[in-house]
Write a protein that binds this ligand. Sequence first.
Ligand SMILES: *Cc1c(COP(=O)(O)O)cnc(C)c1O
Length: 424
Amino acid sequence: MDDWQRFEREHVWHPYASMLQPVPAYAVHRAEGAWLELEDGRRLIDGMASWWCAIHGYHVPELNAALRAQSERMAHVMFGGLTHRPAAELAQRLLSITPGDMQYVFFADSGSVSVEVALKMALQYWQAQGQTQKHRFLTIRHGYHGDTFGAMSVCDPVSGMHHLFASFLPQQLFADAPTAQCDAEWDEAQIASFRQQIEAHHHTLAAVILEPIVQGAGGMRIYAPEFLRQVRRLCDDYDVLLIIDEIATGFGRTGCMFAAEHADVAPDILCVGKALTGGYMTLAATLTTGRVCQGIHADGAGVLMHGPTFMANPLACAVAGASIDLLLASPWQARVRHIEQRLREGLEPYRAHAAVHDVRVLGAIGVLEMTRPVDVARVQQRLVARGVWLRPFGRLLYTMPPYILDDAQLDQLIAAMGSVLDDV
Ligand SMILES: *Cc1c(COP(=O)(O)O)cnc(C)c1O
């Protein structure tokens, strides 16, 4: 181990990790296509797309060029009182591809912050209407919306760290999450808990917030589009805004450009992030409709009270614009459909294994839910030995790979997942 690695291990925090008893972190030297190349020369197929962001893979010529060109002009300027073309062009692209009738864009510096901004938009909307009693949020269990406090308050109450911060967190409302996998199996009982919560509490609700069709970090769960359609209807019936968090699902991951399209549902407020820059840098956005925007300003004085230092960073906007162009110019739907089919054929047989509780596939998402928690360090070591990078959590061994994996890489990934079932 090099000196820098020893130093890093002793002084630098990793996500959700102990500084005193660190689990191994593999040192990456470079990355290209779907490959991560480690400092020791080993090459791994990336099955995680760097937490679902690197949809085009790594070292992408088009994205490198956009970044280089923008860095020659300016890396950053403040967005308070100044503006620039990369922000305008990215906003235009986002408004043209997002579901519903989004008309206004707020650029945030991470997904969690875009969720905070979405919550603020909803709260300020009702305040400006003089309905200050509408200040709570309703969501479904097993959700994940980020690690900042507002976002945490609408994460799953069991897995979402509420026990650590209960005395500080705002109290929100939780309905049971749906379990059905497709509309064919739809059962009205799926929506009963949600319906009951919104009926009982709509007077105090600013908005409903949820992840569309796929609940990601809260459990990699896939649910029926009919649930989302009924949520939209109930929000309309009871005059509650709907915030759709597409941070994990946006930009093609589920087979549609945005997962809300599976249900043909339009949000009032929409969060995007993660794959927005193709995994190059941190950027997210909160989008909303004319109705919400005008509502926020209804009292004539209202301004949206948020403004990060690095708001609409030009480098990030430029690379995000290039990433969207690259996605739209690529056969992304066919690629994602092909990955889906291959994952389904490859992972489904593992259902027969005694350690496997469930197998779930949608778009470029493949999930093995085990019967017991996965020993992450051990399983990761085995996977790395087989040339594959995955980061399991809880009882989940899953992949959300770059869309550019070829068949040999996909098959190696699927085979590696099968090879560790006896270890978990
Ligand atoms: C990752 C994620 C977030 C948080 O985004 P960060 O960029 O990590 O702050 C919010 N919502 C969903 C659905 C996510 O997957």
